[in-house]
Design a protein around this ligand. Structure first.
Ligand SMILES: Cc1cc2nc3c(=O)[nH]c(=O)nc-3n(C[C@H](O)[C@H](O)[C@H](O)COP(=O)(O)OP(=O)(O)OC[C@H]3O[C@@H](n4cnc5c(N)ncnc54)[C@H](O)[C@@H]3O)c2cc1C
Length: 399
């Protein structure tokens, strides 16, 4: 039998959501110093939004990572351990080490699980012979090597039908590749194909219209409802299945950027905290769990019907922090999250469409300009300003 430790607030996952929420809570309620525990086995913390630019050779991989110990708020406790089981009726979580954590309030922010195994042959092929993915720190540099060394032929970019983090990322890297191939004088001997498991280029018409024009201008061949099901790395063949017709297609590639299928973390899906699809079941406006009233959630692991992004978490974190503290003081929850999310759609080096919208897929734009247009100013913001705001503002609970 392992021992038990008690904390006022336990936060599962010290990624974008977990740290932002912990920092907010501790700023607003300094008396909770050392009563908030962040549980996460990861020694590194990643600023994943920059991986698109790392894959495109426009940012350094090393600039996207910090030691976890340096981003955990000083006033919080970090347990470098993995949660293996939730027991919400007993207000307990079970850790890999055997330790049991007893809490008054729980925040679940464990991110999304990447399902490399769901595409046959992908795990064996990734990182070699033209197969790359921006969706992991380990492989993101391979994307740039492939783009930089590309000499013409077929370049395929895939998107799965599952929910993913940053719905725009599978196409952003394709636009960077196109731009680079043009600059390198090899675009006329290159075929670029977008093979997507979803039905359209983007879910909000205002931005989809612009992206359709980008696809046309760049002469990219886009196919929808096409799910990547298998990769044969040695033969350089990719196999797709049409989601509606079930028809199978085989394409030969010279390079392929894969966005792998993703799903809810298994330990959430198997717990009483999940909805039928396996995601953390929270109220879309208060972010409180629908059944267990001392549990809150944020980020990619939740069933919030909006696009899973760090930008969404920037709005979710204050909602969770303020509502949780209100519940702790027996007050009404005043904060409402409206589904705000944002996707900085990089369309080339120095070009970006800043999509911002809510649950109703209505634009919620931050700037008094037409954000559906490609702009250099927005690219500068993504590349140079947002990372500073992330490390120095969002993770400190100030923005
Ligand atoms: C290529 C790419 C491009 C992107 N582009 C953008 C963009 O332009 N703009 C944008 O806003 N967002 C973007 N995103 C998405 C953004 O990075 C994520 O939405 C965000 O990081 C999710 O935060 P999170 O806290 O939910 O999960 P994460 O930040 O992934 O953190 C989850 C944490 O939970 C921990 N954890 C998992 N299981 C357990 C367990 N059992 N016990 C304890 N801890 C556990 C993990 O170790 C991890 O530290 C991009 C992502 C990628 C990969």
């Amino acid at each position: 039998m392992g021992s038990t430790k008690y904390y006022s607030i336990a936060i599962v996952g010290a990624g974008t959501a977990g740290i932002s929420i912990a920092a907010r809570i501790l700023r607003m309620a300094p008396h909770l110093k050392e009563k908030v525990v962040l549980i996460d086995p990861a020694e590194k913390h990643y600023y994943q939004p920059l991986w698109t630019l790392v894959g495109g050779g426009a940012a350094l991989k090393e600039d996207t990572v910090r030691d976890q110990k340096d981003v955990i708020p000083n006033e919080a406790i970090w347990l470098k351990d993995q949660v293996v089981k939730f027991n919400p009726t007993e207000n307990q979580v079970q850790l890999q080490s055997g330790l049991t954590i007893h809490y008054n309030y729980l925040v679940v922010a464990a991110g999304i699980e990447i399902l490399w195994d769901k595409v046959k042959g992908l795990k064996e092929a990734i990182g070699q012979d033209g197969v790359c993915s921006n969706y992991s720190y380990e492989y993101v540099s391979d994307t740039w090597s492939n783009i930089e060394q590309f000499n013409g032929g077929t370049a395929i970019f895939t998107q799965p039908s599952t929910p993913i983090k940053c719905g725009g990322a599978p196409q952003k890297i394709m636009y960077l590749a196109d731009d680079y191939f043009r600059k390198n004088g090899i675009r006329d001997k290159t075929e670029i194909r977008f093979m997507s498991g979803i039905a359209n280029i983007f879910q909000v018409k205002r931005y989809a219209d612009t992206l359709e024009e980008v696809i046309q201008r760049k002469q990219i061949k886009a196919n929808y409802l096409e799910e990547l099901i298998e990769i044969n790395g040695s033969e350089k063949l990719a196999f797709f299945k049409n989601i509606e017709t079930k028809e199978k297609t085989t394409l030969a590639y010279d390079m392929i950027h894969v966005t792998p299928p993703m799903g809810p973390p298994k330990f959430i899906a198997e717990s009483p905290l999940s909805d039928v699809a396996g995601w953390l079941d929270v109220d879309p406006y208060t972010l409180r769990h629908n059944q267990f009233k001392n549990v809150f959630g944020a980020g990619d692991c939740t069933n919030l019907p909006t696009s899973k992004t760090g930008a969404a978490i920037r709005k979710q974190a204050p909602t969770v922090a303020e509502n949780l503290l209100a519940v702790m003081e027996n007050k009404d929850m005043k904060q409402r999250y409206d589904g705000y999310t944002s996707c900085p759609l990089v369309t080339g080096y120095n070009r970006l469409v800043l999509a911002e919208f809510d649950y109703d897929k209505l634009a919620k734009e931050s700037f008094p300009i037409d954000q559906s247009k490609e702009r250099a100013s927005m690219y500068f913001m993504k590349k140079s300003l947002l990372p500073i705001m992330y490390w120095n503002g969002m993770l400190k609970g100030t923005m």
